[in-house]
Write a protein that binds this ligand. Structure first.
Ligand SMILES: CCCCCCCC/C=C\CCCCCCCC(=O)SCCNC(=O)CCNC(=O)[C@H](O)C(C)(C)COP(=O)(O)OP(=O)(O)OC[C@H]1O[C@@H](n2cnc3c(N)ncnc32)[C@H](O)[C@@H]1OP(=O)(O)O
Ligand SMILES: Cc1cc2nc3c(=O)[nH]c(=O)nc-3n(C[C@H](O)[C@H](O)[C@H](O)COP(=O)(O)OP(=O)(O)OC[C@H]3O[C@@H](n4cnc5c(N)ncnc54)[C@H](O)[C@@H]3O)c2cc1C
Length: 672
């Protein structure tokens, strides 16, 4: 750090050991050390500068991303980086790129490999020789979505028709709407793709299956015969996701060998016989579970960045209240600022811990899959779908709230917030639209409720439904604000609310003759019930985290404050649910709010140190408002002069467009 630390006084107020909190945030001492080392490596390397990103035209921007990707790849090899270090490098370079897919591919970390490894899981049984999936000197992408269909995977139109004469599949795009549309890395870079298409043998449609298809020549990079590919166009925001070549792809009767079908759930034999394996068909969807859990883990990173910027700037920014010529009030001291900012800070920590937990749950399911145990797939699907939806919606909204919390300056690209928002907001859509995903959770909840009478006992995140009788009747019976700090009280409140909302939906659905009709009619209520269930998971995983041994002076106490804020903020925001289901009275809700305000006051002196614990470099934050040293105004002023518009005092176009107008005005004035 250079120069004066304008936030030094704030840092002195901390009531906890910040270095120990950094380790809690990173997940372990080892994870902290790797992150710390790699983030500094990136920050100190001018090859990874992001300064001009929002000012570059698309073509230059894209080429610059290619350069960074190649440079990063060279570093990985030259420095012998491990998979873990390479993944951190990807994260701290902080530029969405085709390379993300490439990394997954070659280092077991990237998206495509995540998909391919699961799909290939059963393929070993029917395939001898090498895997067709590219491993070296090739790039891959995941081509599922089409122009006409994204959410409705069963509605995809691309066909893969088996030709037993040649032992090949013929891949075809029969309509305009069957064009693959959106895959990242497809438009300009990928040489191969995992393509989802309808499998047809002997005139019979067997539904969606996955195929590995080479798209471009490995010699001159041109599309192979019968293949049309391009970029789908500029996306929302300057810089932002425009570093990625999301693409369009069409096939005109392209032939591929039979063994390039990923035969995880079914197989086509040489004579064209379709064989369905004794595994659930949903296995085809499990790869989406993989990426969704990664997205949950990433949400806390995006939200914490925005919160770090808004918190530091809120301590630097002063408005009103100057007395006797003294300083004005720091905006962070306004209760309204606290009530908007601190729940987001608490959410960042909450999402961190639920992300860690979800990773463990996912690792468990992958191990079970290897052992052909499919019993936990529905729960993991519901958890990843629901938490992906909850965390990405809250993070996208949270980034935008942080922009507003920074007032006018938050709207400048140099605040880092507009680009962060533009890059992040599609997370609410990709890998499953958030509403569509919550409806999946709702289906799981309705199924659970309908099976309650049977011998099947609810377990895992749905175990609370096992005590439904109690949860439907219990009442919150304490009156003091501090009672709201007891984990058992908070947990029961969230369990009772979630259970009652699910049961109410199930009862309303049962009034319809056709349950599907009931489900469709009550979809909006079902989404709310699903959200209540997901919020319960986040709250309960935060509480579980606090039951662990957490070393470091005051660290656990700070986490307790954050957990209380997260839970009570949700309770306040969704008061209608808690009151409507009859678990609490309006007096108790107002007492909870009193407690929430007290927690904000407890958090206030620690706010800056709690965001310091994220250990982000100024490079990663990419924000003048969020600078570690708080030296905001001189740097904002300096940055303005770097804008291309300020290269000359007289702008291009002056002589053509401004001068004639000025002259005209002068003439008119003269006539008057
Ligand atoms: C790029 C590099 C990344 C680098 C590394 C990673 C870092 C990541 C971080 C950040 C960068 C991310 C970059 C962006 C990446 C974006 C990629 C994409 O967007 S790829 C497209 C995704 N497309 C969707 O997600 C479609 C959404 N639609 C669906 O998932 C399904 O179609 C769905 C769920 C809506 C089903 O619809 P139905 O009703 O037609 O379903 P039926 O096919 O009949 O199956 C229903 C049964 O299957 C189960 N099911 C559904 N989905 C499941 C799943 N995923 N797993 C297990 N079971 C599932 C259900 O529970 C149900 O089960 P029962 O019948 O009730 O027992
Ligand atoms: C940046 C980005 C990257 C992407 N990368 C890839 C990629 O690499 N590979 C790939 O294959 N795809 C990719 N996608 C596509 C992405 O997965 C889809 O856009 C996503 O699954 C949503 O599908 P959709 O576009 O069809 O939305 P739609 O389903 O058309 O959604 C439109 C609206 O309809 C609503 N809706 C839809 N169905 C229902 C329902 N049943 N009930 C209630 N409401 C409903 C939605 O909530 C939404 O409001 C990417 C998308 C983006 C934005």
């Amino acid at each position: 750090m250079e120069g004066v630390d304008y936030l030094a006084d704030e840092r002195k107020k901390a009531q906890f050991d910040v270095d120990e909190m950094k380790i809690v945030w990173a997940g372990s001492r080892h994870a902290f050390e790797v992150s710390d080392r790699i983030s500094k490596l990136v920050a100190n390397d001018p090859g990874f500068s992001k300064e001009e990103r929002t000012m570059l035209p698309r073509k230059e921007l894209f080429k610059n991303t290619l350069r960074k990707a190649a440079y990063a790849w060279k570093l990985i090899i030259d420095l012998h980086l491990s998979e873990e270090e390479a993944e951190k490098l990807r994260c701290f370079i902080d530029e969405p790129a085709f390379i993300d897919a490439h990394w997954v591919l070659t280092s077991c970390l990237t998206l495509i490999f995540a998909y391919a490894k699961l799909l290939l899981w059963a393929q070993r049984n029917n395939r001898k020789g090498g895997c067709p999936w590219p491993t070296r000197c090739k790039f891959g992408c995941y081509a599922q979505t089409e122009l006409g269909h994204g959410s409705n995977v069963r509605g995809l139109e691309t066909t893969a028709t088996f030709d037993p004469q040649t032992d090949e599949f013929v891949i075809h795009s029969p309509t305009l709407t069957s064009s693959k549309w959106w895959p990242g890395g497809l438009g300009k870079v990928s040489t191969h793709a995992v393509v989802y298409a309808r499998l047809i043998t002997d005139g019979k449609d067997h539904g969606i299956n996955a195929f590995i298809i080479q798209l471009r020549s490995l010699e001159d990079h041109k599309p192979l015969p019968g293949i049309t590919i391009g970029d789908i166009g500029t996306k929302f925001g300057n810089g932002a996701y425009n570093t990625v070549d999301n693409g369009v792809l069409r096939f005109d009767h392209v032939r591929i060998p039979r063994d390039q079908m990923l035969m995880s759930v079914s197989q086509v034999t040489k004579v064209g016989k379709y064989v369905q394996f004794d595994v659930p068909r949903q296995l085809l969807y499990v790869p989406m579970v993989d990426v969704r859990q990664t997205i949950v883990a990433d949400a806390s990173t995006a939200l914490s960045r925005a919160v770090c910027i808004a918190t530091r700037y809120s301590a630097v920014r002063r408005q009103f209240g100057s007395q006797n010529g003294g300083q004005e009030i720091q905006v962070i001291d306004y209760k309204t600022q606290q009530s908007r900012l601190f729940p987001l800070l608490a959410s960042a920590y909450a999402f961190r811990f639920v992300g860690e937990w979800l990773k463990r749950l996912y690792t468990d399911v992958t191990q079970r899959l290897q052992a052909k145990d499919f019993s936990t797939v529905p729960e993991v699907h519901a958890c990843t779908a629901g938490l992906k939806s909850l965390t990405t919606t809250a993070t996208a909204d949270g980034i935008e709230e942080c922009r507003k919390l920074c007032g006018g300056h938050g709207y400048l690209c140099s605040s880092g917030l507009p680009e962060l928002f533009a890059i992040y907001v599609p997370a609410c859509t990709y890998e499953g639209d958030n509403i569509v995903l919550l409806l999946q959770v709702a289906r799981y909840l309705m199924k659970t409720v309908s099976q309650l009478g049977s011998r099947k006992k609810p377990v895992g995140t749905i175990a609370y439904m096992g005590k439904l009788e109690h949860l439907m009747q219990c009442r919150f019976d304490v009156e003091q604000a501090k009672d709201w700090l007891k984990p058992s009280v908070i947990l029961e409140a969230f369990e009772a609310r979630a259970a009652r909302m699910s049961v109410a939906c199930a009862q309303n659905i049962s009034k319809f003759d056709n349950p599907e009709e009931g489900f469709a009619e009550l979809a909006a209520d079902l989404v709310e019930a699903a959200l209540a269930h997901c919020q319960l998971i986040v709250v309960s995983k935060f509480i579980e985290k606090l039951q662990q041994d957490i070393p470091g002076k005051g660290v656990k106490q700070q986490l307790e404050v954050l957990c209380g804020i997260y839970a009570l903020f949700l309770l306040h925001k969704h008061q209608g649910d808690f009151l409507g289901t009859g678990y609490i009275t309006s007096k108790q809700a107002s007492v909870a709010n009193e407690q929430l305000r007290a927690l904000y006051s407890q958090l206030r002196p620690n706010a800056i140190s709690l965001v310091d614990a994220f250990n982000y470099t100024d490079h990663f934050l990419g924000s003048i408002l969020g600078r570690y040293d708080g030296n905001v105004y001189p740097k904002l002023y300096e940055a303005a002069w770097k804008d291309p518009l300020n290269e000359s005092d007289v702008p291009d176009g002056f002589h053509e467009y401004i001068r004639p107008l000025l002259k005209q005005q002068l003439l008119q004035t003269a006539r008057l």
